[in-house]
Design a protein around this ligand. Structure first.
Ligand code: CP
Length: 307
């Protein structure tokens, strides 16, 4: 059976640890290389990845493209409107056809159910490039970033501020795998599902809801924000009102540890979920985080293909 990367909740902690170690190792091994130069070992030589997008992307699209090239392979990128998928061909048939042509599929999907259907009908690895439910590749890059800043994951207090969205769900899914404490400060109507919180706790995750963002950020080692209005949201005006007390700004960051880091998966909206002074300030590591999408995903691709 193919080895898929769909949710951090489904992958053993030891394997996720090995993926992060590989991401660090590969990043260090190519210091000084031109960006287009392949890694020394080219482990995915002759492998082709299909990259399918139902939604826009900058980081996911470029980082997977360069990742395949650096690993010695290649890719074919298509939006759903380029494909018969956009004209009603089923996801199941798409999976069966692509399994005959390429070695793996990365999908950015509107619906997590479609990602699962793709994986269930695919003979080749499927990687989650973001769904309405979660964004596991992003969190691997975020955790790589924290470690390269010298932080030990199991000792960290992470605070998520804002909408308990798909990125938040992947932080919840990973809590028991890496041992960090996760506080989530999300207003009513924006809290993550109780089912995900319970599942995380049942597997040993230290995850908690803290309504007041000031209390949630107190002595935190990492503060995390994400855009309030995601792709496809139709209620932008209402969301902005509901979330306005959850902006990460200097006043909120001052409650965190003095060496606290700020994460944001980007794209960001300065003056909405985060002030310019925070995202462009000394605590922010958002561009290292973006770069690490490349390194983390190379390790994820290798993990999927080597099974
Ligand atoms: N963070 C992230 O997934 O960025 P893109 O939407 O640009 O891929």
């Amino acid at each position: 059976m193919a080895r898929h990367f769909l949710s951090l909740a489904d992958i053993p902690a030891s394997e996720l640890r090995a993926v992060l170690d590989e991401a660090h190792r590969r990043k260090k091994a190519r210091v000084g290389f031109a960006k287009g130069r392949p890694d020394q070992d080219t482990p995915l030589k002759d492998h082709v990845l299909a990259m399918l997008f139902e939604k826009s992307s900058t980081r996911t699209r470029f980082s997977f493209d360069i990742a395949m090239k650096q690993l010695g392979g290649s890719n074919i990128t298509a939006t759903s409107s380029d494909m018969q998928l956009g004209r009603g061909e089923t996801i199941e048939d798409t999976a069966k056809v692509l399994s005959r042509f390429v070695d793996g599929i990365m999908l950015r999907a509107n619906s997590h159910d479609d990602l699962i259907a793709l994986a269930q009908n695919s003979k080749i690895p499927v990687i989650n490039g973001l769904t309405d439910y979660n964004h596991p590749c992003q969190i691997m890059a975020d955790l790589q970033t924290l470690e390269e800043k010298g932080r030990t994951l199991k000792d960290l207090r992470l605070t998520w501020v804002g909408d308990g969205n798909n990125v938040a769900i992947s932080f919840i899914n990973a809590a028991s795998k890496f041992g960090y404490e996760l506080r989530l400060s999300c207003p009513d109507g924006y809290k993550p599902s109780g089912q995900d919180m319970e599942r995380a706790r049942a597997s040993g995750g230290n995850v908690k809801l803290v309504d007041d963002p000031v209390t949630a950020c107190a002595q935190s080692d990492v503060v995390i924000a994400d855009t309030w209005v995601s792709m496809g949201d139709t209620d932008a005006e209402q969301k902005m009102k509901d979330l306005e007390a959850h902006q990460v700004n200097d006043a909120l960051m001052s409650k965190a540890d003095k060496d606290a880091l700020f994460l944001h998966c980007l794209p960001a909206h300065r003056g909405e979920e985060v002030s310019a002074s925070v995202i462009d300030g000394p605590a922010s590591v958002v561009f290292d985080e973006a770069e690490n999408r490349l390194h983390a995903q190379k390790a994820i691709l290798k993990w999927c293909f080597e099974a």
